[in-house]
Write a protein that binds this ligand. Structure first.
Ligand SMILES: Cc1cc2nc3c(=O)[nH]c(=O)nc-3n(C[C@H](O)[C@H](O)[C@H](O)COP(=O)(O)OP(=O)(O)OC[C@H]3O[C@@H](n4cnc5c(N)ncnc54)[C@H](O)[C@@H]3O)c2cc1C
Length: 398
């Protein structure tokens, strides 16, 4: 009872604060900042919104206060999300700091590492990128060859990472490196952090067919990673790296349990269908399409509820362990299914890539559909998730 009253009071407080502090232009979909200063900002209000939220710990509300969070429990966090959703507020801060390296540092970082890095993430000061995949190591990540040699108070890193998302905006990289080439492959890896703006780091964008370059290849030539920034034990980086992947996978499918509270980036499929295909008695006019839209909505709802249950069962609102792969697998398929459906609804209006003949909603849908092809590859392919589920969740023999 007392808890319910406290949540009610918190809700009123948050509602009042949001009304006063969320800029009008942040109450609709748009650019979400990921930290640092390298990415061009489309609207200065994004920065204002980020700073105001950071001041109250709302960028990472479920982190402890001493590291820049608001110390919220899962229920309190959901109240914040619900209130943000009520006014359509966009997330003040996203990116790999908040969703990947931050939660990993909370579990594996020393007190000093937490104090150094977490607050800067929470304030949006630093943008992170992920140095995992290499030209010869993707699914078989543990075969990675980027070498780090112990030089006393620092490591010297040489090698290359590929498919590094938006590394050209990155200020720091979390990176898996080989520190013992003689050891069995999983036992000679360490997890290090280093700044990208240093001599020896070269970042080359990889041009895609679309003309965009969200991916980069990074080259390291005698790059310095300080020993202070070794996360976990030397040669035990595989354990830390795997845990980070669970956070990544849970982020890809919004396993934080808050997906249905954030302001959506696109309008609901049912509305789109009524607009493009027509209405009958207030419903989608085409009955076959209506069935498919309803089936997708039910599957999405069931998926979100199953996610929430798993998150609540896992150590008080944390990312679950290997079971995260179940959600990554199904979430990727669901994402593709919903993108396909949007395309089907738009018909020939989904043929546009740019230009005046197409609305920005149509272009977003087409690009989103192409982008969704990557959801079963990023963060580990569907086949790799199936392997993890078989071995680590179901306990089947190797
Ligand atoms: C959108 C996106 C963003 C990414 N961002 C980053 C990033 O920021 N940092 C980073 O380090 N990496 C990033 N990656 C890379 C990603 O982690 C790899 O693409 C992924 O792990 C697969 O590796 P690969 O591309 O080398 O494919 P491969 O490992 O060569 O796999 C090729 C095919 O073989 C299959 N296969 C491989 N091994 C097995 C097996 N044992 N059993 C069954 N099938 C198997 C795979 O499922 C796949 O279909 C990103 C990828 C994408 C798509």
């Amino acid at each position: 009872m007392a808890e319910a009253v406290a949540l009610h009071d918190l809700r009123s407080e948050i509602r009042g604060w949001l009304e006063e502090n969320c800029p009008e232009t942040m109450r609709r979909p748009g650019q979400i900042l990921s930290g640092g200063e390298k990415e061009p900002i489309e609207n200065p209000d994004s920065r204002v919104w980020l700073e105001r939220c950071a001041e109250r710990g709302y960028t990472v509300a479920n982190w402890p206060r001493e590291y820049g969070g608001a110390g919220f429990s899962m229920d309190e966090f959901l109240v914040l999300m619900q209130e943000m959703r009520r006014i359509n507020a966009r997330i003040p801060l996203g990116g790999m700091g908040v969703s990947m390296i931050g939660p990993t540092l909370l579990e594996y970082g020393t007190e000093e590492q937490k104090r150094t890095h977490l607050t800067r993430i929470a304030n949006g000061e630093v943008r992170w990128c992920q140095g995992y995949s290499e030209p010869g190591s993707g699914s078989d990540l543990a075969s990675l060859q980027t070498r780090a040699v112990d030089e006393g108070d620092h490591f010297v890193v040489n090698g290359s990472k590929i498919w590094t998302t938006l590394a050209h905006y990155g200020d720091w990289m979390f990176c898996l490196v080989r520190t013992d080439p003689q050891a069995p492959k999983h036992e000679g890896i360490s997890f290090v952090l280093f700044p990208m703006d240093q001599v020896g780091v070269t970042v080359e964008p990889i041009k895609l067919l679309s003309g965009d370059s969200p991916f980069c290849q990074c080259f390291f030539d005698d790059v310095i990673a300080k020993k202070d920034d070794l996360i976990g034990e030397l040669n035990q980086g595989w354990t830390v790296g795997k845990r980070l992947l669970q956070h990544e996978r849970s982020g890809i499918t919004s396993l934080a349990g808050a997906e249905d509270y954030y302001a959506p980036r696109e309008r609901p499929i049912s509305e789109l269908a009524k607009d493009y295909v027509g209405e009958k008695n207030g419903n989608i006019g085409d009955t076959e399409l209506r069935d498919d839209v309803v089936r997708l909505a039910m599957n999405t709802r069931a998926f979100l509820l199953a996610q929430r249950r798993a998150v609540e069962e896992a150590r008080g609102g944390n990312t679950p362990g290997a079971a995260t792969s179940l959600f990554k697998l199904y979430g990727a398929d669901l994402d593709k299914e919903s993108r396909e459906l949007r395309l089907r609804i738009l018909g020939h209006q989904a043929l546009g890539w740019e230009g005046h003949g197409f609305t920005s909603e149509e272009i977003t849908a087409t690009r989103g559909w192409l982008g969704s092809k990557a959801s079963s590859i990023a963060g580990g392919t569907n086949e790799v998730q199936l392997n993890i589920i078989a071995k680590r969740v179901l306990g089947l023999p190797d």
